[in-house]
Design a binder for this molecule. Sequence first.
Ligand code: NZQ
Ligand code: ZN
Length: 388
Amino acid sequence: MNNFEFHNPVKICFGKGEIAKLPNLVPAKASILLVYGGGSIMKNGIYDQVKNALKGFNIHEFGGIEVNPHYETLMKAVELVKEHRLDYILAVGGGSVLDGAKFIAAAALWEGSDPWDILAKRYQMPVQKALPIGTVLTLPATGSEMNGNSVVTRWETHEKLAFGSPHVLPQFSILDPQVVFSLPPIHISNGIVDAFVHVIEQYLTYPVDSPIQDRFAESILLTLIEEGPKVLKNQTNYEAAANFMWAATMALNGLIGAGVPQDWATHMIGHELTAFHGIDHGQTLCIVLPGLMSLKRKNKEQKLLQFGERIWKITEGTTDEKIDATIARTVQFFESVGIKTKLSDYGVGREVIAKIVDRFASRGVKGIGERGDLTLDQIAEILESRLS
Ligand code: NZQ
Ligand code: ZN
């Protein structure tokens, strides 16, 4: 196992009715910016629950954060924070709203000349401070509620970039599984596959003798495989919703990734598909991953066989046959939860390949993945294999 530090201070309040605990979680003297998305919280009653819980608190509001939150929109929220000297960000929404809140919290205290550098120069100029954040999660998927990551899109240039900092870890996150009841089914599907691929990015690399991490990872995959379809069948099944929600949080809160190599190439390529074509985040992952698994079958051989055997019970055949069956079974799972896996399914053709490769080249990227050896040519090959 590799050396690691693991510190996750996010307080999780999980279960029915936990939103009522907000007044115990937000400091009484806070000047709050309540941020939310396109209005789903108005329709499903979550906004009312939050406002009722926080009666008497000093709250300003900022709605309209888009799916794949836009830098341009978030900067308007930063202006509001500065104008009213707000000192606490409360995010109520899915990953986009939570990620947006993290950017707002960091940008409000950013001392550099250009807040876009939080993303564009994330390694050279790491975030040093941010306003405190609390969250009420309304969509199990990203793990944003219990990690320090944020992904932001600059609309004018169609760039989608991430940053990560311990300063934007939420102080608390409220996870009431009842939020699942009002989700459009496509976002349940996206959430299942997003969480699934988060595990894969931290698991399907090469062995470092880490049985605890491997078995935690496998337990999350199996839970998603078992519980995801139950939620899709009946989204008011509270127990299934609760298990799905907790699995998605555990998939990306640092625990299973501690001390093991991590890939993230599927996410990096997927973000470009969203940036250029607006394909939902979860869908992009299901397009890219099967191609990556096949192309990197030698690098990932041992873990692919372990994944196939322990998750899909694939034990017969040659190594290549077992890997092919593992990939086919994974694609079948994605499709069974309602996510299509080819570029042509989304009306995207070959022209996207050169655009994505050029973009990585323009950023000076030579190789990605757990060994940094997935080249730009191989990225093209993966996308080529996913055309139709
Ligand atoms: O905007 P509103 O009106 O709230 O509607 C949203 C949105 O249309 C709706 N929704 C959310 N909760 C709902 C609901 N509708 C009804 N009932 C509810 N309870 O769902 C739609 C999608 O929401 P969004 O927040 O965009 O989805 P998701 O949670 O999948 O977040 C996606 C974003 O997170 C980033 C993605 O790149 C993407 O930008 N990611 C963040 C990560 C992180 N911070 O660690 C990791 C991930 O890999 C991912 O990259
Ligand atoms: Zn993801």
